[in-house]
Design a protein around this ligand. Structure first.
Ligand SMILES: Cc1cc2nc3c(=O)[nH]c(=O)nc-3n(C[C@H](O)[C@H](O)[C@H](O)COP(=O)(O)OP(=O)(O)OC[C@H]3O[C@@H](n4cnc5c(N)ncnc54)[C@H](O)[C@@H]3O)c2cc1C
Ligand code: FES
Length: 300
């Protein structure tokens, strides 16, 4: 992990309110599931760094040509991402990364089922690309199955999605009508796989809760990545606390995750208390996390 000034190579729109950021990457190569934090402005507002999952990494050209690059796909949703969207290539961002625990790779012969939704798209795409490359090289597991959920056809991003990606839309305007969770639940062949499958997912708490329950029912192992609200990003504030499944307190998404095994977190409890994002000008989200610390706090 390093803190450095990362040069922006690209910051392009990929769908309405969605962009892909590509940075010249000077730290060690990130693994799928890891994230970076960015300071989007030298001014005091917004003060806190913002976390984004890596959606890809390209090593430097050994012949001394192109530099190493790392990318993230982000949604413009508040003050920091609105500012980020305005920063042109050639400028620099204060970056820290790679941070956090990556997705564990599937065991030999294990079929990887990947599901991403909303801001969970990036890490799942990165993992799918990595697993496909390993499969093509004859290493590791069979080709992964990738399911991506979107609101509708208009929100599909202009990204180089891996061949065979299964698109799901809430309104059925593209691909399967319904969520990746519903599609996985409806697939009888996958139900037969039992412990020969491992589910990987990143998305909103409600999606992770549904997938954790499905994985338990089917006997699949599950590695789920939380994109929890964060404040310090380094394990000091409990702002990103998630309730442990064993009832013994909380785990921190930034320092203990963001990838957790399905049985580690009480995803249903987390989904129940995670309020939907509040629009600008509306009341802040209710307090969450232990002792009033955490995701309900307004940040700058
Ligand atoms: C490990 C990790 C990886 C992430 N990866 C990505 C990514 O790849 N792409 C991406 O677009 N975003 C990602 N996020 C979320 C991203 O950090 C936030 O969207 C960003 O910080 C918003 O900053 P803002 O100032 O624009 O919005 P804010 O003004 O901070 O927030 C705008 C609204 O969104 C809500 N909100 C903000 N962050 C979250 C969150 N994490 N979960 C639920 N609601 C939230 C706020 O409550 C508020 O209502 C990730 C978060 C984490 C912790
Ligand atoms: S954000 Fe402070 S402990 Fe995770």
């Amino acid at each position: 992990m390093r803190q450095f000034q990362a040069r922006i190579i690209a910051n392009r729109p990929v769908a309405e309110a969605w962009r892909e950021l590509v940075l010249e990457w000077e730290a060690e190569p990130p693994e799928p599931g890891q994230f970076l934090t960015l300071r989007v402005s030298p001014r005091l507002d917004p003060l806190l760094r913002r976390p984004f999952a890596f959606s890809g990494f390209s090593p430097a050209d050994p012949a001394g040509g192109a530099p190493a690059t790392a990318s993230a796909v982000y949604q413009v949703r508040g003050s920091a991402t609105a500012l980020l969207a305005e920063i042109a290539p050639g400028n620099f961002l204060d970056a820290i990364g790679p941070l956090g625990k990556p997705f564990p790779l599937p065991a030999a012969g294990e079929t990887a089922l990947l599901a991403g939704g909303g801001i969970g798209l990036g890490p799942v795409l990165f993992l799918a690309r990595r697993l496909r490359a390993l499969a093509a090289a004859g290493q590791g597991s069979p080709e992964p199955r990738l399911l991506l959920g979107f609101r509708n056809a208009a929100s599909l991003p202009e990204l180089d999605l891996p061949e065979g990606s299964l698109l799901c839309t809430d309104d059925g305007s593209a691909g399967f009508r319904g969520t990746p969770t519903a599609k996985l639940a409806a697939d009888a062949a996958l139900a037969e796989l039992g412990h020969r499958a491992r589910l990987y997912a990143c998305g909103p708490a409600a999606m992770l809760a549904g997938l954790a329950a499905l994985a338990k029912e089917r006997g699949w192992r599950a590695s789920l990545s939380a994109e929890q609200w964060m404040a310090c990003g380094v394990g000091a504030c409990m702002g990103c606390a998630l309730p442990r499944a064993d009832g013994q307190g909380y785990l921190r998404a930034c320092a203990d995750g963001p990838v957790f095994e399905g049985g580690e977190i009480d995803w249903a409890a987390e989904a129940a208390r995670a309020a939907p994002p509040v629009k600008a000008g509306a009341a802040p989200r209710p307090a969450q996390g232990p002792a009033g610390a955490g995701p309900g706090k307004e940040r700058t």
